[in-house]
Design a protein around this ligand. Structure first.
Ligand code: ASP
Length: 307
């Protein structure tokens, strides 16, 4: 049975909170020192982009888009450029965002938008819908997001990785995904998640990331959550909403709630992954039953990376 790990950070004196993640999976020993420092640099830059917004008095929704957008642009992470490839070698991106007042937007099977999280935000703010598959170019442009050639997203590293997976030399990528959760100084909580899914996935496969209540959830005064891991299990277990429900109705602490959800919904399915959360009082939680989780948050005024 995988071990469930939690790390809780008390609310900071700054009056706002922000945590970002870059996926959960593998074993730390599998990461070379060079890759570890590259991951740390990417996480620190993304956290910094969101922290700049919040420290200037900006909103949680802007901070989440800034942090997730930075990770989407970083080819090391499984979102935006550098995403995992489908069986056919193409990229199909998913993203979602939810604000703590109950609004949400999501996109799936995106292949041209440079920043899927910003398109998800546009779905939330400017359309009557919550989830759009294959959003058309006009909608991406209306969101103010750059349209890219689909080749932009496909990196040489992911091409070689898919070749190794297809030759049975490597297990499919089952971790990756990026996300951010913020609580701004007005107390508004926002969670956002963005992914390329799982390498070698079938065309049209959609994981938990754009499914509100599975990969992403936010409710002001309670918690915001962004998940990563075996997407099918996170959908079947409605993981993000399950943690919220244990807190809101079962009166559990965020650490108890997240561990109970992992035990009940992931361990029982033999599935692994992780989540980040920010609570109504601004505490930050990391929880994972995978061997490792990539994340960054502030603690005692310093940016801490968790690799
Ligand atoms: N949860 C993502 C998905 O299933 C993958 C991941 O987080 O690694 O698409």
């Amino acid at each position: 049975m995988p071990m469930i790990r939690t790390h809780l950070v008390p609310p900071s004196a700054a009056g706002w909170s922000l945590v970002v993640h870059g996926g959960a999976g593998g074993r730390i020993a599998e990461l070379s020192a060079q890759r570890t420092s590259a991951f740390r640099a990417g996480l620190t830059a993304a956290h910094g982009a969101g922290a700049d917004v919040l420290s200037a008095g900006g909103s949680a929704v802007d901070a989440v888009c800034a942090a997730v957008g930075a990770l989407e642009d970083d080819p090391l992470f499984n979102a935006g450029r550098g995403a995992a490839l489908t069986l056919q070698g193409t990229v199909e991106l998913d993203a979602s965002i939810m604000t703590g007042d109950g609004r949400a937007g999501a996109v799936a099977v995106v292949d041209r938008a440079r920043s899927p999280i910003r398109v998800a935000r546009h779905v939330m703010e400017a359309t009557p819908h919550v989830l759009l598959a294959s959003p058309d170019d006009a909608l991406v442009e209306a969101a103010g997001v750059e349209l890219m050639d689909p080749d932009y997203f496909v990196t040489e590293a992911r091409r070689r990785q898919l070749e190794r997976i297809l030759a049975d030399e490597e297990a499919p990528l089952t971790h990756g995904t990026v996300g951010a959760v913020a609580r701004d100084s007005a107390g508004r909580i926002v969670a956002g998640t963005s992914t390329g899914g799982i390498s070698k996935q079938l065309r049209g496969r959609i994981g938990d990331t754009p499914i509100i209540g599975a990969g992403t959830w936010a409710r002001d005064g309670v918690v915001g959550i962004s998940c990563t891991g075996d997407g099918e299990a996170f959908i079947q277990g409605a993981v993000a909403h399950d943690v919220f429900a244990r807190m809101a109705y079962g009166r559990q602490s965020v650490a108890e709630a997240a561990s109970s959800t992992f035990a009940a919904e992931c361990d029982t399915r033999g599935s692994t992954g992780g989540l980040i959360a920010v609570t109504g009082d601004g505490s930050v939680l990391l929880c994972h039953n995978s061997a490792m989780m990539l994340a960054a948050f502030s603690q005692d005024g310093e940016t801490v990376t968790w690799v």
